[in-house]
Design a protein around this ligand. Structure first.
Ligand SMILES: O=P(O)(O)OC[C@H]1O[C@H](O[C@H]2O[C@H](CO)[C@@H](O)[C@H](O)[C@H]2O)[C@H](O)[C@@H](O)[C@@H]1O
Length: 297
């Protein structure tokens, strides 16, 4: 395939396609670079499964020195934002590059860089989010506490079940649960979700997460960040790299802004499904790293 035979990434309708139909960048770096159309890339990077390979436990993940160096070099030349489901403090520590923009908690907690200011819960101009959170945060913490307690009540007896409490959500992981115990894990989740007041549920790779029932996600965070960083003009192109279901929220909005989604997906989907709204595909974090290096070569 040549660059000229590429379908347009900004096709008006962005329907989910089978992963096998996304353009594999491994052989198509030139096509990817051509799709930038000479614009300056604004690079949005998910963390788990994109910059660092998936590990058994969240704290066991390894972000290698080579990958960190690729991101550091990239950020020296282009605007770069890390957009993660992890708490911002957690992902900032994992990435270890203080000069970047970070959006943690699936975009609920944003810190702009280098001269921007940290905003704990909401970007100023994201009015619906600010309004919903205004004065409601205490209630939200109570709801997350209640959900965490319900999850512990059901899951603590199941070997390998992991409950991860974060600032803006609580996640239940079954990666280390034996297949024979997964029905019990599912039943405990079913019991916990009987009281979802103020919360909604999202699935990720081998996890179910309960977060504020507010219309905000990685896609909305990307749109906000482009404006907040002043990189939403015609000379820029948003490029989002992600591997998980929550990254689809970002892939879905990219056609609206003539942006480009790159799915990180190998043979093992790890429960993320077989379709995606991304346009290109790389196999793994090493592929991401190579591409980041190519973008600034
Ligand atoms: O948006 P991301 O940066 O990709 O974060 C998504 C979730 O990542 C973490 O969970 C995932 O990675 C773990 C470590 O590799 C793995 O054990 C787990 O099965 C994956 O779902 C993190 O623990 C979550 O809080 C993030 O929401």
């Amino acid at each position: 395939m040549t660059a000229s035979s590429l379908r347009s990434p900004q096709a008006p309708k962005n329907q989910a396609k089978p992963i096998e139909q996304l353009i594999p960048i491994l052989d198509e770096t030139a096509s990817f670079l051509a799709a930038l159309k000479g614009r300056t890339p604004v690079v949005f990077l998910d963390f788990d499964g994109t910059l660092a390979p998936i590990a058994e436990r969240p704290e066991a993940v390894v972000f290698s020195a080579a990958r960190r160096e690729a991101v550091r070099k990239l950020a020296g030349k282009l605007p770069v934002a890390i957009v993660s489901g992890r708490d911002r403090a957690d992902v900032e520590k994992q990435v270890g590059l203080p000069g970047l923009t970070y959006a943690g908690g699936h975009g609920f907690d944003i810190r702009l860089a280098p001269s921007g200011s940290a905003s704990e819960v909401a970007p100023d101009d994201a009015d619906p989010l600010a309004a919903e959170l205004d004065g409601g945060l205490a209630g939200l913490v109570e709801r997350l506490d209640a959900m965490e307690a319900a999850l512990h009540a059901g899951l603590d007896g199941i070997a390998g079940a992991l409950i991860e409490r974060k600032r803006f959500s609580v996640a239940a992981h079954d990666r280390m649960v034996a297949p024979a115990d997964r029905p019990a894990f599912a039943a405990a989740l079913e019991a916990a979700r009987r009281d979802l007041r103020g919360l909604r549920e999202k699935a990720g790779k081998r996890l179910v997460e309960f977060l504020p029932d507010i219309d905000w996600d990685k896609g909305k965070a990307v749109l906000h960040l482009r404006r907040a960083l002043g990189v939403d003009g015609e000379g820029y192109v948003a490029v989002f790299f992600g591997d998980d279901l929550t990254d689809e929220d970002a892939f879905r909005v990219l056609p609206e802004i003539d942006g480009i989604g790159v799915l990180v997906a190998g043979a093992d989907e790890d429960g993320r499904g077989r379709t995606s709204h991304a346009f290109f595909r790389v196999a793994d974090p090493d592929g991401v790293c190579r591409l980041l290096n190519d973008m600034v070569a």
